[in-house]
Design a protein. Structure first.
Length: 88
């Protein structure tokens, strides 16, 4: 009697575990998009691209700002020189 009740409990526990796995699989399949890609593909494919693009745009912006500052300084210097020449 004890052996049969233990096997019955094990069978019930196995059935419960399988039901939980099936529900989890249903939840995961609901998260998939229409085109078949799920959130993992979005994370692995799109995120590195966006990070690269952000880094590139930041680098370009910094380079442009540096160039503008250098140009501004050189223009200021040449203006100062020309004013000095006019005064002399």
């Amino acid at each position: 009697m004890r052996a049969s009740s233990r096997s019955l409990r094990e069978a019930l526990a196995l059935e419960r575990r399988l039901r939980c796995q099936k529900e989890l699989g249903d939840i995961i399949s609901e998260e998939e998009d229409e085109d078949g890609g799920d959130w993992r593909t979005i994370l692995t494919m799109v995120m590195p691209m966006t990070m690269t693009m952000m880094t590139m745009t930041m680098t370009m912006t910094m380079m442009m700002m540096m160039m503008m500052m250098m140009m501004d300084r050189s223009v200021d210097r040449s203006m100062d020189q020309s004013i000095d020449r006019l005064i002399d």
